[in-house]
Design a protein around this ligand. Structure first.
Ligand code: HEM
Length: 136
């Protein structure tokens, strides 16, 4: 289900703060993904997946910026994520369930840093991003 205007308005300042610390928060989400779901490391054999590595910071930053961009262009979510959908669906052959694993880890990290977050709106939005990243 789509975000209401109020939910979107609540998430925008939050993602402004997350974006300001994109590499740190993105890196923590990747670390949590690998800790809770070690199998997912198999997609990142070309990267240094040691906690806190520059690779994880750089990649984590890219993830946060993509999600923030998706919120900024929320009305055009599908179009905005078209290139990443092509990558994650056709090249990486990921499932929506795998994408959702990272969304769950990211939510956990966001709540840790920003306890006042509207958790259900954030969860809803991240789920929408996950669905838009994979074509059925
Ligand atoms: C909300 C979920 C996710 C978002 C927003 C996201 C976003 C991105 C972005 C922005 C890139 C960089 C694309 C580029 O450099 O052009 C990327 C690459 C990639 N993603 Fe995701 N991703 C997500 C989930 C996942 C998950 C769960 C996995 C695997 C378990 C994954 C595996 C990869 C891989 C292997 C690459 C290529 C990395 C490289 O070689 O640079 N992604 N993703």
């Amino acid at each position: 289900m789509a975000l209401s205007d109020a939910e979107k308005a609540a998430l925008e300042p939050l993602f402004g703060k997350i974006k300001a610390d994109a590499e740190k928060i993105g890196c923590e989400a990747m670390e949590s993904l690998f800790q809770h779901h070690p199998d997912t490391k198999s997609h990142f054999t070309h990267m240094d997946v040691t906690p806190g590595s520059q690779d994880l910071k750089t990649h984590g930053g890219k993830i946060i910026h993509a999600i923030n961009d998706a919120l900024s262009h929320y009305g055009n979510l599908q179009e905005n994520l078209a290139k990443l959908r092509e990558l994650h669906t056709n090249k990486l052959k990921l499932s929506v369930d795998t994408i959702k694993l990272l969304c769950g880890c990211l939510l956990e990290v966001i709540v840790k840093h920003f306890p006042d977050v509207d958790k259900s709106a954030c969860d809803k939005f991240l789920n929408e991003v996950a669905v838009a990243l994979i074509s059925s």
